[in-house]
Design a protein around this ligand. Structure first.
Ligand code: WTA
Length: 582
């Protein structure tokens, strides 16, 4: 362990947030804005603040990105390198006709080009749409079509999935293809409107004029699931950077010498906000690991790069817990000094296990794609109550309310709501005002769709979702999208989808299917349907369990009663059945 890490680990360095109560009393968003040194009169840009400012300072040669490939190869990028490379991407996009406000989607594995592209897109004032590399053609089509994306950046291993749906995407002018890092067949013939990333970049200068933006201009959008309809495009603006900056500083407690690793992919909001912008706004070195979850490999990544702060998810932690002490004992991860978790309830059992194995308390954080930054959370300087999500970030007002918007007293269960006004709150749902307005139906509040309660000391405790949204392995899945994809299978006429509790993944997806005439239930058919969904939609959204049934319960107005499917599955009371069809 180096001297610096020892100092950090022994906590001789004070946490960035020293006193929660004082911070709440004195907090002003303007102070965070001033720390970032924004001068709105000349225009701002999140990429300038996250990259160029450091590249123009003594941090120029500081490592911004320690990248480790799935095959074990490593690369390092300084802030100066990221500036130059992202400038070239920005210039390339301008040459391809992309202008301020246009949507540019990115469909890449976690390779350096993914991060460089997102920064380059922000630099020209376009809107980046990161897509998870496990998405199938259907998921890709829905996002590119709805957003009207003009350019897509992908690689040779993924482009074929785009080809399958290109005909349905009239707005998509150009697809930029980079090779996979392993060299995965970059030599193949390109389609008419495909260009090669490396060739285009080569033509461009390392210098550029960054587009001056206002705080209210969008810079990224992410599609997320609700109970009904296709995934919705949550739009975020440059103003978000103030929330990114200060929450990263106070919650993840990142300090100059830290080596930070966020295990989330930028296709999910955690990876975009805390695996890219937040840490770089703070000038911190981050690790990106291209590969998938693997207990031994993850610890080896931490050892190799000397990770000091780690942001991960309960599912991963539960899997590591089940993997036992073996893998962790093989590696030296003694540099690790701080751990945070997000995405699902963090079981007290996992916190206790973390204390034993890592000698560190895992700090839970709560937020959503729509909130754009951590909202309710634990801090290094505040005692953790295992099972609680913690307390609201200074400057954020959270409450438990009833359907009329009245605040409920401590101990009462109700709707978890937030008072709008923090910088990173979403600014729209792309082309869907109605769905945006849904969040603000209770006057004065943003409603989260979660239910919770608050104790007398203001700690919040998660209860569940108020709707049918499924959280599986930290991923948010809407039952409707899965049902829609299921009924496209030739054997399926009707589908009802629920989340079923699972000890590792929080929930797994379970589907109840009615088969078309002429098809008989069989294990082979189940496997075929699972593969179909994995391929069409995404690896994380396929039903792990399938039951065939005669009918799916529906209301008289034709809505699938997922609540009833769930109650039957779990042997719970069936509740009010007055609206059931038969
Ligand atoms: C759930 C992820 C319990 C919650 C950043 C929320 C959590 C949804 C926690 C948002 C937590 C997130 N404890 N549940 N600490 N954090 N959730 O948009 O239901 O992918 O509404 O954002 O995840 O999921 P999303």
């Amino acid at each position: 362990m180096t001297m610096k890490k020892e100092i950090l680990k022994n906590n001789k360095t004070q946490p960035n947030l020293k006193d929660y109560a004082v911070a709440c009393k004195e907090f002003r968003w303007e102070d965070a804005e001033n720390e970032l040194g924004l001068s709105t009169k000349d225009g701002i840009n999140i990429a300038t603040s996250a990259i160029d400012t450091h590249a123009a300072s003594w941090r120029k040669n500081k490592v911004a990105l320690y990248w480790e490939g799935a095959d074990g190869g490593c690369k390092e990028y300084s802030f100066g390198d990221l500036q130059r490379e992202s400038n070239r991407v920005g210039n390339m996009l301008r040459s391809l006709g992309v202008r301020k406000g246009d949507r540019v989607f990115v469909f890449l594995p976690r390779i350096p080009e993914l991060f460089i592209s997102i920064i380059g897109i922000a630099k020209i004032g376009a809107v980046a749409g990161p897509m998870f590399s496990a998405f199938g053609p259907e998921a890709i089509r829905d996002r590119l079509k709805d957003s009207g994306a003009k350019v897509l950046i992908t690689d040779s291993s993924l482009r074929e999935r785009v080809h399958q749906v290109w005909d349905e995407l009239p707005d998509l002018k150009t697809v930029v293809v980079t090779r996979t890092v392993e060299g995965g067949g970059g030599g193949e013939k390109l389609w008419k409107r495909e260009v090669r990333y490396e060739e285009e970049i080569e033509k461009e200068s390392h210098h550029m004029t960054v587009e001056p933006m206002s705080l209210d201009d969008p810079f990224y959008m992410l599609y997320t699931s609700g109970t009904t309809g296709k995934p919705k495009g949550v739009v975020h603006v440059h103003h978000d950077m103030i929330s990114h900056y200060i929450t990263t500083k106070w919650v993840l407690d990142l300090q100059e010498e830290d080596v930070y690793w966020c295990s989330a992919d930028p296709g999910w909001v955690t990876g975009t906000v805390y695996g890219l912008w937040g840490p770089w706004l703070n000038g911190i070195s981050q690790v990106v690991f291209e590969g998938r979850y693997d207990a031994e490999r993850w610890y080896a990544v931490m050892e190799r790069h000397g990770v000091t702060v780690w942001y991960t998810a309960p599912t991963a932690l539960r899997m590591l817990m089940r993997a036992g002490d073996g893998p962790v004992k093989k590696c030296d991860i003694s540099a690790l000094r701080y751990i945070c978790s997000v995405g699902e309830p963090l079981n007290p059992e996992v916190i206790r296990w973390g204390m034993d194995v890592y000698g560190l308390c895992i700090h839970d954080t709560w937020w959503q794609t729509e909130t754009g930054a951590i909202m309710i959370t634990n801090y290094p300087s505040m005692p953790v109550r295992p099972g609680s999500m913690g307390r609201p970030f200074p400057g954020v007002k959270a409450a438990i309310i009833d359907a009329q918007g009245r605040e409920l007293p401590p101990g009462s269960s109700g709707i978890l709501a937030l008072k709008p006004g923090w910088p990173s709150i979403m600014r729209s749902i792309w082309k869907d005002k109605e769905r945006y307005d849904e969040y603000f139906k209770i006057p004065g509040w943003y409603t989260t769709g979660d239910t919770a309660h608050m104790d007398t000391d203001g700690y919040f405790w998660f209860i569940g979702r108020a709707d049918d949204v499924i959280m599986t392995a930290g991923h948010r899945v809407g039952p409707f999208e899965v049902e829609s994809a299921l009924v496209e299978h030739r054997a399926v006429v009707e589908a009802g989808v629920i989340g079923k509790p699972d000890p590792d993944r929080g929930q797994i997806i379970k589907a109840f299917l009615v088969l078309r005439e002429g098809f008989n239930p069989s294990d082979e058919l189940k496997e075929d349907i699972k593969e179909f969904i994995k391929h069409r939609l995404s690896g994380h959204a396929y039903p792990k369990e399938i039951d065939f049934c005669e009918s799916v319960p529906k209301t008289r107005s034709g809505k699938i009663m997922r609540r009833l499917l769930k109650a039957r599955e779990l042997g719970l009371p069936e509740g009010d059945l007055s609206t059931l069809e038969d």
